[in-house]
Design a protein around this ligand. Structure first.
Ligand SMILES: Nc1ncnc2c1ncn2[C@@H]1O[C@H](COP(=O)(O)OP(=O)(O)OP(=O)(O)O)[C@@H](O)[C@H]1O
Ligand SMILES: [Mg+2]
Length: 340
């Protein structure tokens, strides 16, 4: 079993593709950007890349560009010499130097201040830079991996991210889809985290009933794999499926009613959006009228059924003969609320 298969659980087609890509690029030294919503496993993919490469015995250095105040990020990345600024009473190596011969993982790259992006671009070009306050350059050899849950193309369009840096980083892009789009992985992940945690806390596995597994499959997992992992661990500690299930349902309701901020990557900006809007037409098209009428009719029926089932969306979906997930999306799309 490859190291990638050992640490990165999943056999759904998109995950198999991710793993194949990891194998292909592991020794390429090409810059890689890993994208996906929060909690999908971006950091884990970065680790899998490093461990699958011939740099695996060398350092893997992570820098979270969002967690470090922007005025400190430069010195954190590139280091400084004694006296470079007030308080610099001794020199310090930056993360790039620490990652020499290994891998540097620039997490949340979308949050890198624009003022620092020019220097970063320079470094990605020749891997040469000077510590703050230094006269001489240092040269490093490291593999650059970056991750973001933001839509970098949009950041570029909005002027928050340099286009040249975007192209420099975007040589290979690994996209990890949200968990709700790879339900086939859910059972496997339940067992993966269950076994891992049972081993850690020396407790027997929590018995997942078929009903619980089915619920896990249909739940929308706004927090992705991280949420699933936490849920499995909570269940193993509490052993109380009913409480955990109602917590999940409450969270999902908040999410779909828009009370909770999502960290979803917005849909990619399509080329078509660039095109100037068409002049206002005198009449809507038949297609538009049909769509609106269908939406209205659907909205009415779904509201009635939800009321009838006291917002039990599982039952409502059964009555409507659509999947639970499809119903959740329709509720969101139509802006239906429980209190209406
Ligand atoms: N396919 C997987 N197999 C095993 N564990 C996974 C998998 N995907 C994610 N995890 C676990 O889920 C948790 C979240 O993953 P990770 O931190 O890599 O997500 P992320 O995309 O970097 O999230 P964020 O954007 O919030 O930083 C971690 O504990 C990670 O080990
Ligand atoms: Mg992360």
């Amino acid at each position: 079993m490859s190291i990638c298969d050992q640490i990165f659980a999943g056999k759904s087609p998109p995950i198999l593709k991710v793993k194949e890509l990891i194998r292909q690029v592991a020794n390429s030294d090409l810059n890689i950007i890993i994208c996906g919503e929060s909690g999908v496993g971006k950091e884990l993919v970065a680790q899998a890349l490093h461990l699958s490469s011939n740099r695996k015995e060398k350092p893997f250095v992570k820098v979270n560009c969002a967690a470090i105040p922007s005025e400190l990020l430069e010195s954190e990345l590139f280091g400084y010499e004694r006296g470079a600024f007030t308080g610099a009473d001794r020199s310090k190596m930056g993360k790039f130097e620490l990652a020499h011969t290994g891998t540097i993982f620039l997490d949340e790259i979308g949050d890198m201040p624009i003022s620092l992006q020019a220097k970063m671009l320079q470094v990605l070009q020749d891997f040469q830079f000077s510590r703050l306050g230094a006269k001489n350059d240092v040269r490093v050899n490291c593999w650059v991996l970056a991750a973001t849950n933001q839509d970098l193309e949009r950041c570029v369009k909005e002027g928050r991210f340099r286009e040249d840096l975007y192209y420099r980083l975007n040589i290979i892009r690994i996209f990890i889809p949200p968990l709700r789009e790879r339900q086939d992985d859910i059972n496997l992940l339940i067992d993966h985290f269950g076994n891992q945690f049972a081993e850690k806390i020396k407790r027997p596995l929590f018995e997942f009933t078929d009903g619980a597994r089915e619920f896990f499959r249909e739940y929308s997992w706004p927090g992705n794999v991280r949420e699933l992992k936490n849920t499995v661990e909570r269940l193993m500690i509490l052993g109380d499926w009913r409480t955990v299930k109602s917590e999940l349902l409450a969270r999902e309701t908040r999410q779909f009613n828009g009370h909770e901020l999502t960290t979803q990557v917005p849909p990619p900006v399509l080329e078509q959006q660039e095109v100037a809007p068409e002049p206002k037409k005198k009449f809507p098209t038949l297609k538009e009228v049909k769509k609106k009428a269908v939406q209205e009719a659907e909205g009415k029926l779904i509201s009635v059924v939800l009321k009838e089932t006291d917002w039990n969306r599982k039952r409502a979906a059964k009555l409507l003969e659509i999947s639970y997930k499809a119903l959740l999306y329709k509720i969101k799309d139509l802006g239906l609320r429980r209190d209406e």
